[in-house]
Each structure stands twice: as structure tokens, then as C-alpha cells.
Design a protein around this ligand. Structure first.
Ligand SMILES: N[C@@H](CCC(=O)N[C@@H](CS)C(=O)NCC(=O)O)C(=O)O
Length: 201
């Protein structure tokens, strides 16, 4: 398989972590959709990374579709998402919170790039509060009884750890370790795992 997308993209990184966690070898193409939109548009009609090229030449867009495919590839026993039931719903909802954190972290970053006269402070504040709310929700699910944990690794844990690292990288003022201390412990416990270590942006 070939994974196209920079690891600066949390959407790409979570697919890379899933590939490595499942032991699937892949070729990596470091395309950044923001700096090379023409190439991204050739690969994906909405010009976003990641794109996953399967061994039969099929091309997948959207990281959720890729994670679904990888679960299918792995089979029920090894899949990163339970097949049905309350655990599946919990993991999918926490995953949705994590991906919303990717979006709002990026949105705040771009708003902060504007010139001082154009910057919308109320938007930055809204994004900041959304990020805090999301991190707090992920933190509750990272307590001793929660589904976000080192073992067995699942889709929500991968997506949450990537969200934590991404928020910490783009907005150090947020101090995610204080907002989400339980999640910070899971992040630390996984930080030396090759799947996370080797996909750091
Ligand atoms: N829903 C998509 C979102 C992908 C996405 O937003 N990718 C960003 C990088 S983090 C991108 O390539 N943006 C380029 C652009 O919007 O021009 C997924 O899950 O793969």
C-alpha cells in the first residue's frame, strides 16, 4: 500500500499509526495538501490528504474510509474498532471528537495567521473552547475504566493521541496535559511505540 500525506496532517498520521499497529508495510509519500494543492487535487477531488493507494491500484480518500478498510483487512479479531454494540458506538463517538479537534485546532491556527487588523478574536476563543471541551471529553474516556487506553489499541485511542499531539504542537498555550491529564498518561505510555514514534511530524 502507499499512504500519501504528510504526518503534519493528523488525518494522515492516524492512518499511518493504524497501518503500523496492524503490521502492514506501506510506502509513504509526504504530500502536503496546503503547499501542493495541484497535486492533491489530481489525487482527490477535494484536494485533501491522506490518500491511500491499495495494492490493486484502488485509491481511497478520507481517513475514516481508510480506517474502515484496514479493519476489514485485519479481520474481526485484530480490527481496531469493535464490530457492533455499545463499545463500537463509544469508540466511534470519541473518534469523532478527536477528528473535530483536528479541524478546530487547524481552524484556530489559520485564524491566527491573519494580520492583526483581520484577526477575529471571538473565533479564536470559540475554537479554543471547542478544543478544551473535546480534550476534556477524551480525558474522561482515558480514566482507568475508559476505552482510551494503551492495550488493546483501538481507533479512538489512536485518534485521541494524535489529537493531543497536534493540539500541543500548534497551540502550546493550551497545555493539553493540564486539561487532559489522563489522556496525557496514555500519550506518554504510547510515545515510544514505533507506530507513534515513527510518525511524529
Ligand atoms: N475528512 C478528511 C479531512 C482531511 C484533511 O482535512 N486534510 C487536510 C490536512 S490535515 C488537507 O489536506 N487540507 C488541504 C486543504 O484543505 O487545502 C479525512 O478524514 O481524511
Amino acid at each position: 500500500m502507499k499512504l500519501i500525506g504528510t504526518y503534519f496532517s493528523p488525518f494522515t498520521r492516524r492512518v499511518a499509526v493504524a497501518l503500523m499497529a496492524l503490521g502492514i508495510p506501506y510506502e509513504h509519500d509526504d504530500l502536503n495538501g496546503y503547499t501542493d494543492p495541484d497535486r492533491a487535487r489530481q489525487l482527490n477531488p477535494v484536494a485533501k490528504v491522506p490518500v491511500l493507494v491499495l495494492d490493486n491500484g484502488e485509491q481511497l480518500i478520507d481517513s475514516a474510509v481508510m480506517l474502515d478498510y484496514l479493519d476489514e483487512w485485519a479481520g474481526t479479531e485484530r480490527a481496531l474498532t469493535p464490530p457492533a454494540g455499545v463499545d463500537r458506538r463509544a469508540i466511534l463517538q470519541l473518534t469523532a471528537i478527536a477528528t473535530t479537534l483536528y479541524e478546530q485546532t487547524t481552524a484556530r491556527h489559520f485564524e491566527e495567521q491573519r494580520t492583526p487588523d483581520c484577526i477575529q478574536l471571538q473565533l479564536i476563543e470559540r475554537y479554543r473552547l471547542q478544543t478544551i471541551g473535546g480534550l476534556q471529553a477524551l480525558d474522561i474516556a482515558s480514566n482507568a475504566k475508559g476505552v482510551i487506553r494503551k492495550v488493546p489499541l483501538n481507533r479512538a485511542t489512536i485518534s485521541a493521541v494524535v489529537a493531543f499531539d497536534y493540539a500541543r504542537m500548534l497551540h502550546p498555550d493550551l497545555d493539553p496535559a493540564t486539561i487532559a491529564p489522563n489522556l496525557a498518561k496514555v500519550v506518554l505510555a504510547l510515545s515510544n511505540e514505533p507506530a507513534f514514534q515513527q510518525t511524529l511530524p
